[in-house]
Ligand binder design. Sequence first.
Ligand SMILES: [Zn+2]
Length: 205
Amino acid sequence: MMATTHVLVAAGVASLTALAAPEHAPAAVAAAGLGGLFPDLDIYAGHRRTLHFPVYATGAALAALALAVTSTSAVTVAVAAFLIGAALHAALDALGGGLELRPWEGRSERAVYSHYHGRWLAPRRWIRYDGAPEDLLLASVAAVPTVLLVDGALPAVAAILGVSTVYVALRRRLAALWARLAEHLVPRLPPTLQHRVPERFVDAD
Ligand SMILES: [Zn+2]
C-alpha cells in the first residue's frame, strides 16, 4: 500500500475521536497520520521489518487505547492514535503485495515481518501492489470520515489524494525507470555501497 493510503486509513480511524472527544480529534488525526507514516522510515534499513510490528504494535495500540478511554487527555489520545496508525500500517502491509521491485509480478512471498511469529508473513494481495488502482480506491474511501468529522481537513486530504493519484498513474513507469537506472548506476558504485542497495532494487531481470 502507498504511504499515503496508510496515512489516510490511520487518520480515518482516528477521526472517530470526534464522536467521543471532539476537542481531541485534530490532534488524534495528526498523530495517527504520523503513526501511519512511521513504519516506512525503515525503507532503506530492513524494510517492512525494522519498524513494522504487526502483532506487537497492535497489542501496544490496544493498551494505549484503553488508557486513552479511561484517562482521556491530549497526550494519551495522541499516543494511542500514533500507535493505532503504526499498527494498522504493519497489519495492512500483510494484505498487500510482496517486497519486490515489480510487486504486480507476485514473485515475493515476503509482505511484512512479524517479530512475534519470527518469520515473514506472506502477501495476501487484496491490494495487489502499492499504487494499484484498488490502493487509490481504499485511500479515497478511508478519507471520507476524516473529511466529514474533522473541520478543515479537506484541503490536506485532497492534497494527499492528489499526490496518490499521480503516483498511481506513474507507478509502473517509475519501477521501469528505477530498474534502468539501477542497471547503469549500481555496477559503478564502490563495492561497499553496492552491498547497501536493497536486493529488491537491483532485481533487473
Ligand atoms: Zn510498510
